[in-house]
Ligand binder design. Structure first.
Ligand SMILES: Nc1ncnc2c1ncn2[C@@H]1O[C@H](COP(=O)(O)OP(=O)(O)OP(=O)(O)O)[C@@H](O)[C@H]1O
Length: 311
């Protein structure tokens, strides 16, 4: 995209208050066309509230928001024509069969059957649900329902797809199938805006993301950039047993660049985890388990907030 192109979504000091409670507290971000942009944060961070404001179903308290240059509160129908929405909870019509869910949804957009029939078949193929075309929705697995919800959101060929926690509650295999479909959409040029509290999902899918906590943006960047800026290359995870994890910290001082004692383990942030482990052992300390891994967005979140992403 040329640098001069305006962002497809632009939020400036966007806020949503419920009484005295600031669910979204002055967040600003721009999303260029074709980007896969994430809001990563724990439960209650304000991610869904932000998505609802983008989708035009929740009014902001203050700030500015434009979608394709339009204010969703003033131009609801025009904005919605550009958007596909995948809400946190699947809201499929359980009574209808799989293909009919797509056809009926398409009718809400006033799309003619001559367009909808071939489009529904194309989307079912994309969602790997062709064989389930005539099945009742309540007979589908969780992953299949999620893919059908995504297929349905694409019926009007939206330029922007809003995905609120697309894989929460799915098993690892179903998540991978879904990620693959989302990759394909991204390749086809659809702008993806997704919320997640899974760091691996954010790392897999997002070109760029904002880390949100308590309605505020704590950091912004690509996953690799965030990890580089806020963590070390490797992390050594040690478990000493529940009593010892917090008391052992004093004996680990000076190893690695930073120490993070948690109730269930101690994290040592270091450029070289194996070297850090050698130092631990050379001090005569004997962890029950040890693991060297690469830093992740979970470590970034812990560094920025002092808390874990998953409650
Ligand atoms: N209608 C409402 N009235 C009062 N408080 C609300 C309302 N809707 C949301 N909240 C509060 O706003 C905060 C942000 O909620 P939101 O659903 O946006 O969080 P989230 O980051 O999407 O988390 P989750 O993954 O749990 O949905 C929460 O503390 C929630 O309880």
């Amino acid at each position: 995209m040329p640098l001069s192109d305006p962002p497809v979504i632009s939020a400036h000091r966007l806020s949503k208050h419920y009484g005295d409670f600031h669910a979204v507290d002055g967040i600003s971000f721009d999303v260029p066309a074709g980007e896969s942009f994430g809001l990563l944060g724990p439960n209650g961070a304000g991610k869904s509230t932000t998505m609802r404001m983008i989708g035009g179903v929740s009014q902001r308290t203050s700030g500015e928001l434009t979608i394709m240059g339009l204010d969703p509160e003033e131009h609801g129908p025009e904005v919605r024509a550009h958007l596909g929405v995948v809400p946190q909870q699947d809201n499929l019509d359980e009574e209808l069969r799989v293909r009919d869910n797509l056809l009926v949804y398409g009718r809400y957009f006033g799309l003619p059957m001559s367009y909808l029939r071939p489009k529904a078949d194309e989307l079912l193929e994309f969602a790997q649900l062709t064989e389930k075309s005539g099945a009742k929705v309540d007979a589908l697995s969780g992953g299949m329902k999620r893919r059908l919800t995504i297929a349905r959101s694409l019926i009007n060929e939206p330029k922007i797809l809003l995905l609120d926690e697309p894989t929460t509650g799915l098993d690892p295999q179903a998540r991978h199938v879904l990620w693959d479909r989302l990759f394909r959409l991204k390749e086809s040029g659809v702008t993806l805006i997704l919320t997640t509290h899974y760091m691996d999902e954010a790392e897999q899918l997002c070109d760029r993301l904002v880390v949100v906590d308590k309605g505020r943006i704590m950091a912004e960047g690509s996953p690799a950039q965030l990890i580089r800026d806020h963590s070390t290359r490797e992390v050594l995870e040690l478990r000493f047993g529940s009593e010892r994890n917090t008391t052992v910290a004093a004996e680990l001082q000076g190893i690695g660049e930073r120490l993070e004692p948690l109730p269930d383990r101690v994290l040592i942030y270091a450029r070289d985890g194996e070297e850090a482990l050698e130092q631990v052992i050379s001090r005569g300390l004997k962890p029950v388990t040890s693991l060297v891994r690469r830093s992740s967005l979970e470590d970034v979140f812990l560094r920025l907030t002092g808390r874990s992403l998953i409650d």
